[in-house]
Design a protein around this ligand. Structure first.
Ligand code: AMP
Length: 397
């Protein structure tokens, strides 16, 4: 990554607008259930405090339709205050004269969190007026540390940058890009990609792009059944995208032509319905009974995939191996999480669902890097440009 970062620009005494991704999950009592995204931004915020900058933090939370107290960032301000160990002021809006006044009163080292950007429809529409209103808070420097949103061309991600001269990436953004881009561009080999999740169609770009760069591909999750059907197996009522059968066949053939090793599940856990209490059994993929649904990989597949990972030097994992949200179908995903964690490879996990699965398996600490961005990570792995990154300047020389 050759973008300018916060360390490359003077921020002492400057009002810096940090676009963060504080889109954290809240329970029905508005308690934060996972603060990983807040913690991930701490290095940038702490650096700015240490440097004596005036810090204005902005983020979205969820997808509110207009102003809605259930989507207020107030709980984030409280948590951030505890994590930073210093006062975090909270603004009742993100633009307008009242917020401008609050910003004007801030002193070096102060931290102000703005209210949810998406309370204004202009944020998602990348409305120029809204972007300018954000810049009109009196911003000297723009820092983007919101990796989870960098694939979206929203006002606080792209629009605002035309109104602020000095701009750069934060530390989280730098780390995300370096790991995800670095793994794909220049991996230590053997490089193994584990791809799972619901559908082939959601990951065509990733399969195509990574398919050219890896030494081995492991396919699991719902998408495996489209591949298995393409090979002529009867997969019962498992999730299959008939429109993707030719694509699946071609991907496998191309991989084999290039000498890439290609692995599919050899057994699975099938159930009579997608229900936690449904009748289940383990069968080889050749023996999926009519009407049954494959909802997890079986123990023989876990064994095979673990063997495949044994000599890996780089492992990139995106997408669970089964419906891990239900206990009955979580074993395969958790076993793969343990295998990835126990490997001697550089291990990278991308995608919200996979990060959650790794967390539930208790292996978060044993993975080299877990991306905080689902869609953004996928877009990067597809080899596509990220709009929020394109608008930030490169380092000189
Ligand atoms: P994705 O967002 O594409 O990575 O998909 C993640 C979702 O795939 C998870 O919520 C899983 O429940 C789901 N999934 C994994 N395996 C299967 C399967 N065999 N059948 C249906 N859904 C699955």
């Amino acid at each position: 990554m050759n973008k300018l970062t916060i360390e490359d620009i003077p921020i002492k005494g400057k009002r810096i607008f940090i676009r963060a991704d504080f889109n954290v999950p809240l329970d029905s009592d508005l308690h934060i259930t996972d603060d990983t995204r807040i913690r991930s931004t701490l290095p940038t915020i702490n650096y700015a405090i240490d440097e004596g900058a005036i810090i204005i933090l902005a983020s979205h939370l969820d997808r509110p339709k207009g102003v809605d107290p259930r989507h207020s960032l107030a709980p984030v301000a409280k948590r951030l205050q505890r994590l930073l160990g210093k006062e975090v002021q909270f603004a009742p809006d993100c633009i307008g004269p009242q917020v401008q006044n609050m910003v004007a009163r801030l002193k070096p080292g102060d931290v102000l969190l703005l209210e949810n950007l998406r309370f204004h429809p202009g944020e998602k529409k990348n409305d120029e007026g809204f972007a300018k209103a954000l810049a009109d808070l009196g911003i000297d420097v723009y820092i983007n540390d919101a990796f989870g949103t960098v694939h979206r061309s929203h006002a606080s991600v792209t629009g605002i940058t035309q109104f602020v001269k000095t701009k750069a990436c934060g530390f989280l953004m730098k780390k995300e890009i370096s790991y995800l881009e670095g793994a794909v561009a220049n991996p230590a080999r053997p490089f193994v990609a584990i791809l799972g999740g619901a559908k082939v169609s959601g990951k065509i770009g990733v399969i195509e792009n990574l398919g050219k760069k890896v030494d081995k591909v492991i396919i699991g999750g719902g998408m495996a059944y489209t591949f298995l059907k393409a090979l002529g197996h009867d997969v019962g009522n498992s999730l299959v995208e008939d429109s993707m059968l030719d694509f699946a066949r071609e991907i496998k053939e191309h991989a084999i032509e290039r000498g890439i090793k290609f692995y599919l599940p050899v057994d699975c856990v099938v159930a009579t319905s997608m229900d936690p209490a449904a009748e289940t059994m383990r069968v080889p993929v050749q023996e999926i009974p009519k009407g049954w649904i494959g909802l997890d990989i079986g123990p023989a597949s876990v064994h095979l995939f673990t063997e495949v990972l044994a000599n890996a030097k780089t492992i990139l994992w995106n997408g669970p191996m089964g419906v891990f949200e239900m206990d009955a179908y979580s074993r395969g995903t958790f076993a793969v999480a343990h295998a990835v964690a126990n490997s001697y490879a550089l291990t990278i996990v991308g995608g919200g669902e996979t990060a959650l699965a790794v967390h539930r398996a208790g292996e978060s600490e044993n993975i080299s890097f877990i991306s905080t961005g689902g869609g953004a990570a996928l877009q990067l792995l597809e080899g596509k440009e990220l709009p929020g990154l394109t608008v930030l300047p490169e380092k000189e020389g």
